[in-house]
Design a protein around this ligand. Sequence first.
Ligand code: ADP
Length: 242
Amino acid sequence: MGVIRVRGVTVYYGSFKALNTVDVEVEAGEVLALIGPNGSGKTTLLKTMCGILNPKLGAVYLDGKEVHRIPKMELSKIIGYAPQRLEVNFAMPVLDFVLTGRRAYASWDYSREDYNISLKALKMLRADHLITRRLDQLSGGELQRVVIARALASEPKVLLLDEPTSSLDPKHQIEILETLRSLSRNFSTTVIMSLHDLTHAYRYADKTLILKDGQVFAAGRTSDVIREDILEPVYGVKLKVL
Ligand code: ADP
């Protein structure tokens, strides 16, 4: 049984149906790529998986438990979410921000272990040189790495990432994708990430889900799904993946 199971999920914004009866299942240690054009529902699906949005129909199950029934603190130890951008770019010191990923573990104050794990997460993202900075002093790519480090700091079983490479130069893109893959292989972390770069999805994802207009257009093993004949009607252009 999958670590995370999405069953018949339908999500509305007001009267607009952003997701329509979406099903997907991901096992421990698997890497799933969510692809699809702008507005196809990738972010909505990630937010529904981590309990930020409530489906009108259907449900998301984590280890068999409905996500909305898991207390928030418990949930934040199981799922780490790295949004594409923070709603506010506030003046918090980088290390304090990454430590908030440890909040569910800290009983009163942060422990030495919380600091060590946060620092390790920053190192994994090649962002430990930024610890003395504040969030509002970072470049887009630096901020993106720090946001991912915060998600890693909670040592989650499932890591959800919204376009984790979108602000990064090619070297950092590859480094982050390699880091995510090694987490999945070495610690059985389940990684679910939306990606625009189809070559990255092809190289790094075990499974791929293609969304189009809020519906699953195709899903399965990446090599079966990322094919030019499948992608062309989704994006409306001829695409070369490799
Ligand atoms: P993607 O991540 O694939 O670009 P999103 O999940 O962000 O797509 O958006 C899916 C659809 O839902 C889009 O048509 C978008 O305009 C709409 N949408 C997203 N957020 C909101 C919102 N807060 N209110 C209304 N519509 C929204």
